[in-house]
Design a protein around this ligand. Structure first.
Ligand code: HPA
Ligand code: ZN
Length: 341
């Protein structure tokens, strides 16, 4: 029975909307890039890298300290190309047909890298991924919210020649208090320039409800990455349900977690009628790994049914920043798959 469902999950056409390309640096690639680029990292072999992924609390901060190593080994356009191409290939194996992928900005520029070189590498991989694996995708440019608004404005300038290749902007990294306040002008400009808008509101952060409210009201985001704590406020729940603001949840887990985290809350979100989807966030940096594995473990540990898994997948296509025609195309593909099983 559950073997059948695993096959169903694996073969199902899927979308992923919340994944950071820098979170796709696999342990072996981390070691290889560190050596190739002469970057010191605190791990000697793959076992040590895997062991380092057992982030203690506070989980976001400790995760981001590990993540810093994955950023530092990326040095050239070729590195970005190889990273992204490997991710497209892996995603095709997962039967993902559509991706929205975040890339970080200040995290690279502040190390002296050149925006156009990094982005050219990523975008060449996107073209090759489409050619070789038939995967459609869009880029989301993420500002690091612990950096200044001025540097985000400079990055909007740098991104101008590539505007047509970048669908939206987002905010990630450390969740510093009331971060939305300093990005009002940045987001207004991004909106005027035609970018779609999202922001992380991470799980278990201080002031989370207020952060979500500020992102919605002040930044006018159209989507929230994570956004778990919406359900802690009846008022926000009603607002997000009515406007069908997508919430891109990531039930990731660490090697020593007994089960995927947040499964009950995700079911509650579904039952409340929120537009919640399932995503990997940083598949090379969590024990949860890639999308099929997450769905399979949601079934195993949270008794998620086939219907619930299909609903979550439908939500992902509905939440995507693509034309209504493209949405209809993917949803039809999904419904045909479901009907044929
Ligand atoms: N939250 C904040 N910053 C991040 C994340 C995340 O989930 N992944 C990579 N950078
Ligand atoms: Zn994220």
């Amino acid at each position: 029975m559950s073997y059948g469902l695993n096959d169903f999950i694996t073969g199902m056409p899927k979308a992923e909307l919340h994944v950071h390309i820098e979170g796709c640096v696999e342990p072996l690639m981390l070691l290889r890039l560190a050596e190739r680029n002469g970057v010191d990292i605190p791990y000697r072999d793959e076992d040590e890298v895997w062991a380092a992924q057992d982030y203690g609390e506070p989980a976001l901060d400790n995760f981001l300290k590990y993540h810093e190593n994955c950023l530092r080994v990326l040095q050239t356009g070729q590195d970005f190309y190889e990273l992204a191409y490997a991710f497209f290939k892996r995603s095709a194996e997962e039967n993902i047909v559509y991706l929205e992928i975040m890339f970080e900005t200040q995290a690279h520029i502040s190390r002296g890298l050149v925006f156009s070189e990094c982005f050219d590498g990523l975008n060449q991989a996107r073209r090759d991924g489409r050619r070789d694996f038939g995967i459609e995708s869009n880029w989301i440019m993420s500002f690091q919210r612990d950096h200044s608004a001025e540097s985000s404005m400079e990055i909007l300038d740098m991104a101008k020649p590539f505007k047509d290749e970048i669908i939206g902007v987002g905010l990630d990294n450390y969740e510093v208090n009331n971060f939305a306040l300093k990005f009002v002008e940045v987001f207004r400009r991004a909106r005027e320039e035609g970018y779609r808008l999202t922001s992380h509101c991470d799980c278990n952060q201080q002031n989370s409800i207020e952060h979500i409210r500020q992102c919605l009201e002040l930044l006018q985001v159209e989507r929230i990455d994570h956004g778990l704590h919406v359900i802690d406020s009846p008022e926000l729940t009603a607002m997000v349900r009515e406007s069908q603001i997508p919430l891109t949840m990531c039930p990731t887990w660490r090697p020593s977690d007994p089960a995927p985290r947040r499964l009950e809350s995700i079911r509650e979100m579904l039952e409340l009628g929120l537009l919640v989807s399932i995503n990997t966030d940083d598949p090379a940096e969590f024990a949860s790994r890639y999308l099929n594995n997450i769905f399979i473990e949601m079934h195993k540990h949270g008794s998620y049914t086939k219907d619930e898994i299909v609903r979550l997948t439908r939500n992902a296509f509905t939440s995507a920043w693509i034309s209504e025609d493209a949405k209809a195309h993917y949803l039809e593909k999904l419904e045909k798959y479901v009907a044929g099983k």
